[in-house]
Design a protein around this ligand. Structure first.
Ligand code: PLP
Length: 374
């Protein structure tokens, strides 16, 4: 357990960073227009291509992931964008689009639900959209949406697929090229277990081609600039070089683990959390449930409904005293759920220890309520 006020992090971002990765930040600065930098950046790009399974350039931005959501929108062709909204982050994608002056239509499902694909297809078939936005993992609910299916549907109706994989990439199965995703974005502080401050994106060939005729792409997030500089193993403006040191080390470690094995480890952590929820009900008579429906549960974050009337604030405080920081509920689910972020470099054994601490706190709070009632 790290010796800090917050204990070990099991929140859905920022995630726990291994000390050897954090330690990279103190390496001496190098100039970013020079051979040493270009060699390092080329190694980073190769490592990221293996994480995202793409042969395209991977853009690396000094921004939080929301910046690259804006990139996805600003460089998209003119026309109406269909936003699939099933929680806070997919709604943010729609709001980003609107704030960039785009016309937006939403397919909305209740928080915690998965999309009905016939409804999505119906929207695409009846009106003309240039692009569809989707959150691979909706971090506010723990619902996973298969971006490959959404991309197939979008392409059938001539739209591009813009995918927010911020809390999925590096933990959930993802193949940017094989799934023909037109724009894929993610961030550093979620399943990649890096310090916050970097975003990554891949733009498909058609997206880049069509970006050329998009007026007012803006300057900082212009994909054509990113394309141009990627060809030189550079970034358009000053890179966050010290964060890149950590990134270089981390993509090396992810490569050694193997991306498929990393997906399997995350799936095992999801399965263990789902099983634990049932066990706690049996063992402790504490009524927990997973918000996401079976078959749509993210391998990176589980959103767990706590018994009615239990204070999630008290619960998280009690868990913190046992050495773990877990996530609070988000938005509509703030008062009724906790979020266990089992993503990044956590092991199944480490997660089991966290779940054990959660269980002790749940039992303690449930017992207190029973005593109060009688
Ligand atoms: C965390 C998150 C974001 C926002 O990322 P920032 O790095 O905070 O800008 C966007 N989408 C999803 C799905 C996320 O989980």
């Amino acid at each position: 357990m790290p010796d800090t006020e917050f204990g070990t992090f099991f929140i859905p971002g920022p995630t726990e960073i291994r000390p050897e990765i954090l330690g990279q930040l103190t390496r001496p600065v190098i100039p970013h227009r020079g051979k040493a930098f270009e060699a390092m950046f080329a190694r980073i790009e190769a490592g990221l291509r293996d994480v995202l399974l793409t042969a395209r350039p991977v853009y690396v931005g000094a921004t939080s992931a929301t910046g690259f959501m804006e990139m996805a929108i600003r460089n998209a062709p003119e026309g109406t964008i269909l936003c699939l909204v099933n929680g806070a982050f997919s709604e943010r994608f729609a709001v980003v689009a609107e704030s960039c002056g785009r016309r937006v239509e939403r397919v909305i499902v209740p928080w915690g639900a998965a999309f009905d694909l016939t409804v999505v297809e119906d929207a695409l078939a009846t009106r003309k959209f240039v692009a569809v936005t989707v959150a691979h993992c909706e971090t506010s609910t723990g619902v996973l949406t298969d971006p490959r299916t959404i991309a197939e549907l979008a392409h059938r109706y001539g739209a591009l697929a813009l995918v927010d994989s911020v809390s999925a990439a590096g933990g959930a199965e993802l193949m940017v090229d094989a799934w023909a995703l037109d724009f894929l974005l993610t961030g550093s502080q979620k399943a990649l277990a890096l310090p916050a401050g970097l975003a990554f994106a891949v733009a498909g060939p058609e997206y880049v081609e069509r970006a050329k005729s998009v007026p007012h792409r803006g300057f900082y997030f212009d994909v054509l600039q990113y394309e141009k500089y990627a060809a030189k193993h550079q970034t358009p403006s000053t890179p966050a070089t010290n964060l890149l040191y950590a990134l270089e080390a981390q993509v090396g470690d992810i490569g050694r683990e193997g991306i498929e094995r990393r997906w399997e480890r995350h799936a095992a952590m999801r399965d263990a959390t789902v099983a634990w929820v049932d066990e706690v009900r049996e063992r402790r008579n504490v009524d927990l449930s997973i918000v996401a429906p079976e078959g749509s549960r993210s391998p990176t974050v589980s959103v767990v409904r706590v018994p009615p009337g239990m204070s999630t604030t008290d619960l998280r405080q009690s868990i913190a005293q046992r050495g773990y920081t877990i996530g609070g509920g988000y938005g509509e689910l703030a008062a009724t759920t906790i979020r266990i972020g089992h993503m990044g470099d956590h092991s199944l054994e480490g997660l089991q220890r966290c779940l054990h601490a959660c269980e002790l706190s749940l039992a303690e709070l449930a017992e207190k309520r029973r005593l109060v009632r009688v």
